[in-house]
Design a protein around this ligand. Structure first.
Ligand code: DHB
Ligand code: FE
Length: 284
């Protein structure tokens, strides 16, 4: 039986990728953000996942405004990174886990979700940068990938309730997977940020802290807002919180916070990192 070891939640600001490429992680601007990762690395060393199921949003690379699936699941043997316009270096390719992807897709469709299935899929900074943060300097990624893209870009957006339900359905699919894999869940993006419009640069630390405090113990409380409430509170790109809510849903056991870091700002974003371990429920 597979094991869901826990969830890693992190911002995916493109400038992080540029900072890694330049090797400036210890400079004063970057250090408070990168200092959040040694505890993540220590946790990964003992959690030893072999597969990462990643909830993220595509920013106009694989999907554009002309074709925008609400939920898309990758089922490719391999995924390439590409740069949708930030001038970032290319990140290493990702080995897929197509059998597990199809198992998840079967389970989702059987649970009345209607995902788009992608046997070819490019992945952008919002997937590659979290991998670089979790496994810096790895010659090859030590985990296989199942990418799950959520539309946080073009309205209408899925509701937080639906994203939590999607995550829970993915968690149930993983629990019914017979393989021996150890699976880590990633949720990327956020926290508060708005890149455009009159509120460009908007950050809401009180709301971010509320989300960090609530995600582990009471994700349903976050799911009672609607997506427009999140935009009002966290900014129009802060709605990437939907990826975190879905990822939290895939943690089916008793969650235990391992570490968190919150630093404002990185670029235009309130940057946050958190690990929730997924402990097996205590038998009744
Ligand atoms: C920034 C943040 C993002 O989530 C993103 O996708 C692009 C840019 C930023 O703060 O610069
Ligand atoms: Fe983003």
């Amino acid at each position: 039986m597979s094991t869901i070891v826990g969830g890693i939640f992190t911002s995916h600001v493109p400038a992080i990728g540029a900072a890694i490429a330049k090797g400036v992680q210890q400079e004063p601007y970057w250090k408070p953000f990168f200092d959040g990762f040694p505890p993540v690395h220590r946790w990964l060393e003992q959690a030893k996942p072999d597969v990462a199921v990643v909830f993220y949003n595509d920013h106009g690379l694989n999907f554009f405004l002309d074709k925008m699936p609400t939920f898309a699941v990758g089922a490719a043997p391999r995924y390439e990174n590409a740069d949708e316009g930030w001038g970032l270096p290319l990140f290493k390719p990702f080995e897929g886990a197509p059998d597990l992807s199809w198992h998840i897709i079967d389970h989702l469709v059987g649970s009345d979700f209607d995902p788009t299935t992608c046997q070819q899929m490019l992945v952008d900074h919002s997937l590659a940068i979290p991998f670089e943060l979790c496994w810096p300097e790895a010659a090859a990624w030590p985990v296989k990938l199942v990418p799950i893209a959520i539309n946080t870009v073009q309205h209408p957006l899925p509701s937080p309730r639906r994203c939590l339900a999607l995550g829970r359905a993915v968690g149930a699919a993983l629990e019914s997977w017979d393989g021996p894999e150890r699976i880590v869940i990633l949720g990327t993006g956020g926290l508060s940020h708005q890149l455009d419009g009159e509120r460009a640069g908007f950050i809401n630390t009180a709301y971010d802290r509320h989300c960090l405090d609530t995600l582990g113990p009471d994700p349903d409380a976050l799911a009672r807002q609607d997506a427009l409430d999140i935009i009002e509170q966290a900014g129009s790109q802060g709605v990437e919180l939907l990826n975190w809510i879905a990822a939290r849903g895939a943690l089916t056991g008793r969650v235990e916070e391992v570490t968190r870091n919150y630093h404002v700002p990185i670029s235009n974003t309130a940057a946050a990192t958190m690990v929730l371990a997924n402990e097996a429920p205590v038998p009744a």
